[in-house]
Write a protein that binds this ligand. Sequence first.
Ligand SMILES: NC(=O)c1ccc[n+]([C@@H]2O[C@H](COP(=O)([O-])OP(=O)(O)OC[C@H]3O[C@@H](n4cnc5c(N)ncnc54)[C@H](OP(=O)(O)O)[C@@H]3O)[C@@H](O)[C@H]2O)c1
Length: 234
Amino acid sequence: MERVLITGASRGIGLELARQYLERGDVVLATARNLNRDAAADLTALAAQHGERCHLLPLEVTDDSAIEAMAAQAATLVDGLDLLINNAGVFPRHERPETLDSHALLATLHVNAVAPLMVVAALLPLLRRGQRPRIVNISSQLGSLTRRASGRCYGYCSSKAALNMLTRSLAFDLKEDGIIAVVVHPGWVQTDMGGSHAPVLVGESARGLVALADGLTLEQTSRFLTWDGREHPW
Ligand SMILES: NC(=O)c1ccc[n+]([C@@H]2O[C@H](COP(=O)([O-])OP(=O)(O)OC[C@H]3O[C@@H](n4cnc5c(N)ncnc54)[C@H](OP(=O)(O)O)[C@@H]3O)[C@@H](O)[C@H]2O)c1
């Protein structure tokens, strides 16, 4: 039985990951920025089905005091954390060079790149007490510098590239503690973010991510991987 914490579990990939871990008997700490019934209806229904194995924690990932409060609450629920999945993310559309806004760019960098690192920092004491502790930061193929061959996507692409670098640095710092940290492209997935034309179903992506997280070894730490277990070019 794993103890898994997932950010951004109100919908999309985060919600499906929470469902799959609960269905196989793991303990899930699912965070969402708004836990009221309308905003997180599917997550609250899932929690109701799984009783004591599912804990809902409020977390706006850009709020440092909320991160601290979430980590303190998590420590009252579990003795250690085996897997942290930093999944919460945003994808602003329609960016053009003429209309770029520094506040909007920084807001995207905060959610997608800085916040995952702050969440890791707050949860380190629990991760250090985990069994085979792993950090899976959900990145994107759009964060790959070598694959980039088109414009736009300034905030999202740069934030995921930053997440990749932050995770790589982190992986080297945490290796001596036996904590594995990787970035993973989850596929182009049918969610609100991915849209209805995406080729990968959310269940399929989450199944791949669960299998990948199960099999991670310390030798793989610092790598950029795909949801179906391949290396991703940086
Ligand atoms: N779908 C794809 O094709 C695709 C491809 C590559 C990478 N990804 C990555 O996969 C992850 C999940 O994407 P998805 O497709 O499931 O997206 P989604 O359906 O749009 O869900 C995004 C999740 O992130 C949460 N979130 C956003 N900003 C937040 C904040 N400031 N604080 C706390 N939670 C916040 C949302 O909460 P609310 O419900 O409160 O808004 C929601 O739970 C993201 O990191 C995304 O970049 C997705």
